[in-house]
Design a protein around this ligand. Structure first.
Ligand SMILES: *Cc1c(COP(=O)(O)O)cnc(C)c1O
Length: 390
């Protein structure tokens, strides 16, 4: 069965719910146990079966089963946001005295957690050039426990050679985690050497900009148990409506993503030819420096890409952005709507590499509007850019 077909079935068990197509929203904190013996027995395997709301309900387990299928992994843990999935993984796999290798292109709050929280706990982070590949070996120390990747980086779009990084990390006894939010359906992290894969399910899995959700998927059950024990100890658990929305979004993910990808391909190709544009950051474009890795490892793409304009004044770029009809100003991505954010002016913090775009830099999300309407919106935007000038 193709993955698109498998995702329609993943995590559903209509026979358990009187034939209902969808898994119900379970509202439960307390779960009743039929006997003392049953209560004691469930306490011996606290993360299996339904025991107490915080550890998960059938709605949670359905989402976790389906995302494990999406990622091609073994087991999954649902979290209350994408960032909670990242911090939950870091807190589970690292302890005082450990060393972490973190890609310099990481999602900004991931970096913030390393610098503010992990540092305070005596866990040292070294940021590395995302394009290093096998060269990561030179940065691995005896106490390096984890190499964290994000490919492509969700702001600057560098591709990472995950198989080469995983080989070097595993040779030194370190684990490899990936933030796979961009790759979502089109990158199989475990087939490329990852031990842990994280989704900001808030983005394409939920897909409608109406819920916060994250997932941690592992290559095997032992690693799942290790991370789950730590995540559970912190006590946060995702809301049941959110998990239902994640499951609902997952069913239409392949068709939505195909449309986002087709539109982004058309727009990026067109943008590349525009005189206002210096560079387009989108690995599916043959001109992108990460294209060969993308072609080797990915089966598709999504609607998120970057654009570096030729030098223009802030006032001109602001006028371009303020007037868009469809590309609205807002954080996040992966919903049905088109979005844009400025990514220049020192807003991106790097330490191992330089991020010095030659002109104003923007990040676009191509939503489900038609490509023709989005192109017209961009074209009008270039008109405003020229009108203000400078
Ligand atoms: C948005 C995002 C996150 C965080 O997800 P939230 O659900 O907003 O916490 C993590 N990684 C990437 C790449 C993201 O784009």
């Amino acid at each position: 069965m193709d993955k698109q077909t498998r995702l329609l079935h993943a995590g559903r068990h209509p026979e358990r719910y009187d034939g209902a197509v969808n898994v119900p929203v379970f509202r439960a904190s307390t779960i009743l146990h039929p006997s003392v013996a049953a209560m004691e027995s469930s306490g011996r395997t606290p993360f299996e079966g339904v025991r107490y709301g915080r550890f998960g309900t059938p709605t949670t387990f359905a989402l976790e089963e389906a995302v494990a299928e999406l990622e091609g992994g073994s087991h999954c843990i649902a979290t209350s946001s994408g960032l909670a999935a990242i911090t939950g993984t870091l807190m589970a796999l690292l302890e005082t005295g450990d060393h972490l290798l973190m890609t310099d292109s990481a999602y900004a709050p991931t970096r913030g957690f390393c610098d503010r929280v992990l540092a305070r706990l005596g866990i040292e982070t070294t940021y590395y050039d995302p394009r290093l590949g096998a060269g990561i070996a030179a940065l691995i120390r005896p106490n390096t426990r984890l190499v964290f990747t994000e490919s492509p980086g969700s702001l600057t779009f560098e591709m990472q050679d995950l198989p080469a990084i995983a080989q070097a990390a595993h040779a030194a006894g370190a684990l490899v985690a990936i933030d796979n939010t961009w790759g979502v359906l089109h990158f199989q992290p475990f087939a490329h050497g990852a031990d842990v894969s994280i989704q900001a399910a808030t983005k394409y899995i939920v897909g409608h900009a109406d819920a916060m959700l994250g997932t941690i998927t592992t290559a095997d059950k032992a690693l799942w148990h290790r991370i789950k024990s730590s995540v559970a100890a912190f006590g946060a658990s995702p809301g049941t409506e959110e998990m239902y929305l994640g499951l609902r979004g997952l069913r239409s993910l392949p068709v939505r993503l195909a449309q986002h990808f087709a539109t982004a391909r058309e727009l990026t190709h067109w943008l590349e030819s525009r005189p206002e544009v210096a560079r387009v950051l989108y690995p599916p474009l043959p001109s992108d420096p990460g294209h060969d890795l993308w072609k080797r490892d990915f089966t598709g793409g999504c609607g998120l890409f970057g654009v570096i304009l030729r030098p223009a004044s802030k006032a001109a770029v602001d006028a371009m952005l303020d007037g868009f009809r469809h590309f609205k100003l807002g954080y996040s991505w992966g919903g049905f709507e088109s979005l844009v954010i400025p990514t220049g002016g020192g807003s991106i913090h790097r330490t191992a590499t330089e991020w010095a775009p030659e002109g104003p830099s923007l990040r676009f999300h191509a939503g489900l509007e038609t490509a023709a309407d989005l192109k017209a919106d961009l074209e009008e935007g270039f008109g405003r850019l020229a009108a203000v000038g400078g």
